[in-house]
Design a protein around this ligand. Structure first.
Ligand code: GDP
Ligand code: IMO
Ligand code: MG
Length: 399
């Protein structure tokens, strides 16, 4: 059985924790989109692991795959693996020969571009690396092994972007990337073939989503999105798999909503309530440390994520953060001009949430908590299978 675990909101839903929790049941954990813009946190006996490129399941001793749909910064990957090694974890990872590579030029371009268009990107070079891929001037992992060709490619990017990078800088960057590639050479595979062979021989795969449904470049709050298909449709192009190999999709949602960076957020809270939730939920970005914007649960967004991803089951996280509130608003629909909408439309900034108010709870045994879960299930058309009430592995209920 191959399962996908997908973010249903704006990222940071707790995918890392849920993937770590489920990983025991799978042989391989594979990422297919994004890069080090992701920050997946796993807490284990009080120790916090923040993973950006390495799939979360490696903490359980599983093989971690980085698919061709990802954009890979080998400097970050190396550092991440060194930090894991310091903790006694030396995972087996497999990197796609076809994945595109983030270079210092891409990171620089990300910072320059975002000063002009202000999406609030993570400045990890993600957008520019997908850009050079689609422009057909990108650098793939496999291209790092030929240093003369690599220099030509770096010069080409520099020309396209009018960057005027000096020769000694091209020399330095190509040397650095080439030597990193040499360090990783035993991990590089044609993943589309490697993975299908593994599946044919009976291995099971957990696909680890990054970002979330509303950050998908096609279906998110464009232009305030990331540059890849974060939704389940991205799995197939991002790993070279046919759709029939995906058996089931689990969505991950917080019991409320958060967002980092700019863009529409209908249920966003301001003022004291926002601060309370942010502090109680430690809502600061795992990658950039920025305070996350916070708001109430938005069911049109969950409905849309369910529709786009084919979600059947949901893991609801951070229910502990809402505990103790008297009343909890939940957005059930939107009013957009004089229309009522059940799903987020392409111009989400024109919409106001319509709330229903649910009773709060003081313990997970309370009837009011059960009603909160049932309300979500009924309104979204999913089953809540997992409830997470703390960052630790053990703070998880399976229903
Ligand atoms: P991801 O990007 O989806 O993996 O999520 P992040 O790791 O960026 O953000 C989720 C944060 O919430 C992390 O700090 C987790 O340790 C934490 N977390 C996950 N589940 C729970 C939970 O049920 N309760 C609380 N209080 N924290 C949680
Ligand atoms: P995980 O996997 C939350 C947001 C950025 C910015 C927008 C575009 O941890 O859930 P980018 O650097 O991708 O070009 O930035 O997307 N963003 C995320 N927000 N969680 C993430 O990943 C994110 N990855 C990107 O904040 O608004
Ligand atoms: Mg995160």
């Amino acid at each position: 059985m191959n399962l996908a675990v997908m973010g249903m909101q704006f990222g940071d839903e707790g995918k890392g924790k849920i993937v770590d929790y489920l990983a025991e049941r799978f042989d391989i954990i594979a990422r297919y989109c994004g890069g080090s813009n992701a920050g997946h946190t796993v807490v284990w006996h009080g120790k916090k692991f923040k993973l950006h490129l390495v799939p979360s399941g490696v903490l359980r001793g599983k093989i971690g795959v980085l698919g061709n749909g990802m954009v890979i910064d080998l400097e970050v990957l190396k550092k991440e693996l060194e930090e894991l090694k310091d903790e006694g974890i030396e995972p087996r990872i497999v990197i796609s020969s076809r994945a595109h590579v983030v270079t210092p030029l891409h990171r620089e371009m990300d910072a320059l571009e975002d000063k002009i268009r202000n999406i609030g990107t993570t400045k990890r070079g993600i957008g520019p690396t997908y850009e050079t891929k689609v422009k057909r001037i990108g650098i793939r992992i496999i291209d790092l092994f030929n240093r003369e060709e690599l220099k030509k490619k770096l010069r080409l990017i520099s020309r396209f972007w009018n960057m005027d990078v000096r020769d000694d800088e091209i020399e330095r960057v190509s040397r650095m990337l080439h030597s990193l590639a040499m360090e990783f050479r035993n991990s590089v595979e044609d993943v589309e073939i490697w993975l299908q062979k593994a599946i044919s021989s009976g291995k099971s795969v957990l696909f680890e989503g990054a970002q979330g449904a509303m950050l998908d470049v096609d279906f998110g709050t464009y232009p305030f999105v990331t540059s890849s298909n974060t939704n389940s449709l991205g799995i197939f192009s991002g790993l070279g798999l046919p759709p029939k190999l995906l058996d089931k999709v689990m969505g991950v949602s917080k019991a409320y909503t958060t967002r980092v960076g700019e863009g529409p957020f209908p249920t966003e809270l301001k003022g004291k309530m926002a601060e309370e939730l942010r502090e109680k939920g430690h809502e600061y970005g795992a990658t950039t440390g920025r305070p996350r914007r916070v708001g109430w649960l938005d069911l049109p967004i969950l409905r849309y994520a369910t529709l786009l991803n084919g979600i059947e089951e949901v893991a609801l996280t951070k229910v502990d953060v809402l505990q103790g509130l008297k009343e909890i608003p939940v957005a059930v629909k939107y009013r957009c001009g004089n229309e009522i909408k059940e799903y987020p439309p392409p111009l989400l900034n024109k919409c106001e949430p319509i709330y229903e108010y649910l009773d709060g709870w003081d313990s997970l045994e309370d009837e009011a908590f059960k009603r909160y879960l049932e309300f979500i299930e009924k309104n979204v058309g999913v089953k809540i299978r997992i409830v997470s009430y703390g960052a630790e592995r053990e703070e998880t209920l399976e229903l």
